[in-house]
Design a protein around this ligand. Structure first.
Ligand code: NOJ
Length: 664
């Protein structure tokens, strides 16, 4: 990390807060002066409010806790207020750009309760140009039990919002609904809202460590949202040995949807990288023995259609080597799949292969071909069974050169009892990430707890699911993902971090569920490789469906980590266009997608180097393309362009455009 500038100054209460001890306030502004926060103590209760450009975004909102033994909702006074300023930059091991600016103003408020026990509580507020963050600190040494976090976000308007319900949605795999925020039920974060044509906000959390997930509930169908932490099965929310801090509660504020996506507030509020040697962390694209299972061409368990055989894996390795993929995922290689694994995950072995899968032979072959095996640990939600084998399981993969593992938790709850997003789940997922790091293994976590930016601290946490992915286009009884889905998730789930959506399906016919399909054109499948950022990204389809299709070139050429990202245009639920610059060359890649409506993409290439010429290879939908009736035509054409060129490209219904811009 490079420390550009860092100043700390201390101010006494008299200087920064005004009023009596029972009623006092203190303010904070972002470095650019556009965002401001007012902290108030009134009659002993704690409140904050947030403005942008002098207009209220969040009205006076309550802060505090109910502990098992104490009420922390009032009787507070301010003991001290400390203001500080910090401006640094840091570099991402992988990401959507290399350097991240971390400039903020901070206000730390030390509080104590006025009654006999004099309990202390600190609040730390940070204002950035792209939003606000705050967290609580319990400064004294003791064991506490949080029964409820009282944090509220009292929105200044009934903003249109995009959300999925927390309850009755498994693993965040829902379709986002647009509705006034007062009409939502309990929802997970990120909760994205449109405040006005020039202001988009998203409430989320950063650095979720040994705590429960933040959900939000509107109080009495109002615009007052209250924190709703996922509980333990016994009803408590969080067990904490203090001194300790809560995760950051964050409000990203941006002028455009594109700027929401470019905010690095969440990452800035996570701890710096803890992995000293990152040379083994290698972003890339891979293929997998995977879609075949979801399309029922293969099975996970042994039998006539077993996918994870030695021969089939070697066939996939050959294909990966020929087309420059970094790895091959193999699901169904280990004992346990013959059971009802979503209920009997405790029968999984993570060290014993089925007789038809020779791990040593396959990994040796992969090494010769310059490809890595991507390992697979489906737990069925049986976290304890997995933890009991964790060290041996990662040691085995490490021994055979497997440098990435996909995990899964398909099961109603962890160990039949605790929610994925409870403190129990949060502790488990962290243990797995840390153990994987010890064995130099990159992680792709499916059925995760909602991501909160931990990849800054553990850059081996490459990507996570927590989204209704492409697999729903194989078997979902509701027919599959609607065309607008991928124009919404970049501004909702994706704000929480890389997203393992797994685009890249080339064959849409579905013999098993004829009414279920990928509801895009093929050109849109290409564009999704750029639109959806994931530093490990799988090309979803079975390899035979890629053979001899010239459009495949886009997927095999497209990098998975970037030097720079710009969002030339976006309307949530309608269209999004993203341009990203490669880390290893001067080339740019563009992905642009639309919902069920066709449109003309007008793309100024002003992000290109001025004065330079580039060859644009454009993959667009061909004549007559339509996502329902004629999804396959892709036209590939080339032209020379400069930073002053504006491309005009017709996009069919649920189509897209993918462009490679090679600097000449
Ligand atoms: C659900 C995951 O999302 C999917 O990718 C995987 O194939 C299955 N679980 C089996 O682990």
């Amino acid at each position: 990390m490079k420390n550009v500038f860092c100043i700390l100054w201390l101010c006494t209460l008299a200087l920064t807060a005004c009023g009596t001890s029972a009623n006092s306030s203190s303010t904070l502004e972002s470095p650019d002066g556009r965002n401001s926060l007012l902290f108030e103590v009134e009659n002993g209760k704690l409140y904050y409010s947030v403005n942008r450009d002098n207009k209220p975004v969040i009205n006076r909102s309550l802060l505090g806790f109910q502990l098992s033994r104490e009420d922390l909702s009032g009787s507070f006074r301010i003991d001290n207020v400390t203001h500080s300023y910090s401006s640094t930059t840091w570099e991402q091991v992988w990401g959507e750009e290399i350097t991240v600016d971390d400039t903020y103003h901070q206000m730390e408020v030390a509080l104590s309760q006025t009654h006999a026990n004099g309990r202390k509580l600190n609040l730390i507020f940070r204002l950035y140009n792209d939003g606000a963050g705050f967290r609580y600190e319990f400064p004294e040494a003791e064991d506490i039990v949080i029964m409820d976090e009282l944090t509220e976000f009292n929105l200044a308007g009934n903003y249109p919002s995009w959300s999925i319900p927390t309850y009755h949605t498994e693993y965040y795999e829902g379709l986002y609904r647009k509705m006034p925020v007062s009409a939502i039920d309990t929802v997970p974060t990120p909760l994205t809202m449109k405040v006005s044509d020039n202001l988009y906000i998203s409430i989320h959390e950063a650095n979720l460590t040994d705590y429960a997930v933040l959900n939000l509930t509107p109080l009495n169908n109002s615009t007052r949202l209250k924190a709703d932490l996922t509980p333990w099965s016994t009803g408590e929310k969080v067990f904490m040995t203090t001194p300790g801090v809560t995760p950051w509660r964050i409000i990203i504020m941006a002028d455009t949807p594109g700027d929401l996506l470019l905010s690095r507030l969440m990452l800035n509020l996570n701890e710096p990288n803890k992995i000293a040697d990152t040379s083994w962390i290698k972003p890339g694209r891979y293929i997998g023995i995977w879609w075949g299972m979801h399309m029922e061409a293969y099975t996970w368990a042994p039998g006539l259609k077993h996918g994870a055989t030695t021969a089939n894996t070697m066939r996939y390795i050959d294909f990966a080597a020929k087309h420059g993929f970094s790895g091959v995922l193999v699901e169904g290689w280990n004992l346990g799949w013959e059971n009802d694994w979503t209920r009997e995950g405790d029968k999984f072995s993570f060290t014993q292969s089925y007789p038809g899968f020779d791990l040593e032979k396959v990994t040796k072959y992969a090494a010769i071909k310059g490809v890595n095996l991507v390992g697979h640990h489906e737990t069925g939600g049986a976290a304890k069974n997995y933890e009991s084998q964790l060290e041996e399981a990662f040691a085995l993969y490490h021994k055979y050169g497997v440098n990435a593992v996909k995990t899964g938790y398909v099961g109603f709850q962890h160990d039949g009892k605790e929610w994925h997003s409870s403190q129990y789940g949060v502790r488990h997922y962290r243990k797995v990430i840390e153990t994987a790091a010890k064995y130099q293994i990159m992680m792709d976590n499916h059925e995760p707890v909602m991501p909160t930016g931990l990849q800054r601290t553990y850059p081996n946490l490459m990507t996570q699911e927590g989204v209704r992915g492409q697999e729903y286009d194989a078997w979902s009884r509701d027919g599959g993902n609607p065309p607008d889905h991928t124009t919404i998730i970049p501004f909702t789930r994706r704000l929480a971090g890389p997203m393992d959506f797994m685009p890249g399906t080339f064959k849409f016919e579905n013999p098993v569920f004829p009414n279920t399909r990928v509801w895009t054109t093929l050109a849109k499948q290409l564009a999704l490789s750029v639109v959806i950022f994931s530093p490990l990204q799988m090309a979803s389809d079975m390899i035979e469906n890629y053979e001899n299709n010239p459009a495949f070139e886009f997927i095999t050429t497209c990098p998975a980590t970037w030097a720079e990202t710009v969002v030339p245009e976006a309307r949530i639920g309608e269209y999004v266009t993203i341009a990203r610059k490669d880390r290893d060359s001067e080339n740019w890649f563009v992905g642009s997608i639309t919902n069920e409506n066709s449109r003309t993409l007008q793309l100024p290439l002003s992000f290109l180097d001025e004065g330079a010429t580039y060859r644009a290879k454009i993959f667009r939908n061909g004549e007559g393309a339509d996502y329902e009736t004629n999804p396959y035509p892709v036209t590939i054409e080339e032209q020379e362009v400069t930073s002053t060129t504006v491309l005009n490209i017709h996009q069919a219904t649920s189509s897209g455009t993918a462009i490679i811009l090679t600097k000449l």
